[in-house]
Design a protein around this ligand. Structure first.
Ligand SMILES: *[C@@H]1O[C@H](CO)[C@@H](O)[C@H](O)[C@H]1NC(C)=O
Ligand SMILES: *[C@@H]1O[C@H](CO)[C@@H](O)[C@H](O)[C@H]1NC(C)=O
Length: 393
């Protein structure tokens, strides 16, 4: 084949215009064709078009160590809902667990503690025995927590915020809220917390100012969710919508004034439970009004640019995005996890985690091959990868 005598970069460019099926067929023609068609440059365009391949809308690669071709293949399983469900952990009482994934370590809050579990422990070892760290100190339940490279910052029903050093035993308590701290976010040197006491607070996360509350913003409504913009200049609060205030408000982190309100019509009780930024201008929100909404602040703050409705009319407790086409959401009944492709109005896939008991999906997270979801009394994993052999549990 003369094609393969072309210079590599020219060849990659030509091959990158083939579609998924043609590339797969070509790779089976001969050893040489296989050699060239497994390379990442050939797959980049397709990977950007498929869901959850780890290639973001801006072209960044979240999992550079795994060949793109493999990720495009696994992506088909996400699209078709092909996966294996496992219960990683069960507990006896109903809790409001929150989870976060950091590489191979999953952080899980259970009642007043947060455990860090290694997900790739030795073969045959039960999940709970792979705990590598434990963070304690709250007198009541942990509501939410956030991770940075160095810290774990938790918000508790006891009104406290605790900043833990992830690598050592050092931790520091922040006091200031009068009631439950429902939500927290942490980026750069800023912590933002939101509470039932109808305030949001800005705290410093720099060694000289540990524990210092920089500002208190009265929100006149209970705060259920907060998120700091990647630009660090603003943050958004999601409130209960029980008073006459817009449930989504953007604030300036320096001067603390109200920058804008998102949306114009609010149903009473349409509280916002989760907010995720995709860029300094784009964010996703969800909550009691059963919609996922996509806002683009460059276009308009009065109206969202897209919205997706939970088909069973359930509240949505949590959302995550692959920073490209896919959104995963957790519903309030029967542990329903949904996958959405932003290019479609209808839900792409749904997975019901609990059949006998009804529980919200309080929290979820995923990488290119696995999705983890926490309900009131269990932690589940969905594995979309090559089936391989099943680890014993
Ligand atoms: C996702 O996480 C699981 C568990 O840590 C790991 O085995 C898998 O390799 C990860 N996948 C990617 C694409 O990073
Ligand atoms: C997709 O899922 C099926 C069933 O679990 C599995 O056999 C297959 O290997 C998966 N594909 C990839 C690329 O992991």
């Amino acid at each position: 084949m003369f094609l393969f005598q072309l210079p590599d970069d020219v060849l990659y460019l030509i091959l990158s215009y083939l579609d998924y099926k043609s590339l797969c067929r070509l790779s089976q023609v001969c050893r040489r064709s296989h050699h060239f068609t497994v390379r990442d440059p050939v797959w980049r365009r397709i990977a950007k078009d498929f869901i959850n391949t780890g290639v973001t809308r801006h072209g960044a690669d979240l999992y550079p160590t795994i060949p793109l071709k493999d990720r495009v293949k696994v992506s088909q399983n996400w699209s078709h809902g092909v996966c294996r469900k496992d219960v990683l952990l069960k507990w006896k009482i109903n809790l409001l667990p929150w989870i976060q994934l950091d590489g191979d370590v999953l952080y899980l809050s259970q009642a007043s503690d947060i455990g860090a579990y290694h997900l790739r422990g030795p073969e045959g070892v039960k999940f709970q025995h792979n705990r590598v760290a434990m963070f304690s100190g709250h007198q009541e339940d942990v509501c939410r927590f956030a991770l940075t490279d160095i810290h774990l910052v938790s918000a508790g029903s006891d009104g406290k915020i605790i900043v833990y050093d992830r690598k050592s035993d050092f931790c520091m308590e922040y006091f200031g809220h009068n009631q439950e701290v429902n939500c927290i976010d942490c980026k750069g040197h800023l912590i933002i917390s939101g509470s039932r006491d109808k305030t949001a607070k800005i705290w410093a996360l720099t060694p000289n100012h540990f524990g210092k509350c920089l500002h208190t913003i009265p929100t006149y409504d209970r705060v259920w969710s907060v998120a700091i913009s990647p630009s660090l200049c603003t943050f958004v609060t999601g409130t209960a919508c029980c008073e006459n205030f817009a449930p989504l408000r953007i604030w300036d982190t320096e001067r603390c004034h109200l920058v804008s309100c998102l949306g114009t019509e609010f149903r009473r009780g349409a509280g916002v439970l989760d907010i995720v930024y995709e860029s300094p201008f784009q964010l996703l929100t969800c909550g009691y009004d059963t919609f996922i909404r996509y806002w683009d602040l460059r276009v308009c703050s009065r109206k969202c640019v897209m919205e997706w409705e939970e088909p069973h009319d359930s509240a949505l407790y949590c959302i995550k995005t692959d920073e490209n086409h896919m959104i995963a959401s957790g519903s309030s009944y029967y542990g329903v996890v949904r996958l959405w492709d932003k290019r479609q109005t209808r839900c792409l896939q749904m997975f019901q985690l609990t059949s006998t008991t009804s529980s919200p999906v309080y929290s979820l997270c995923f990488n290119a091959t696995h999705l983890y979801a926490a309900v009131a009394s269990a932690l589940y994993s969905l594995d979309f990868r090559t089936s391989g052999h099943r680890p014993r549990r």
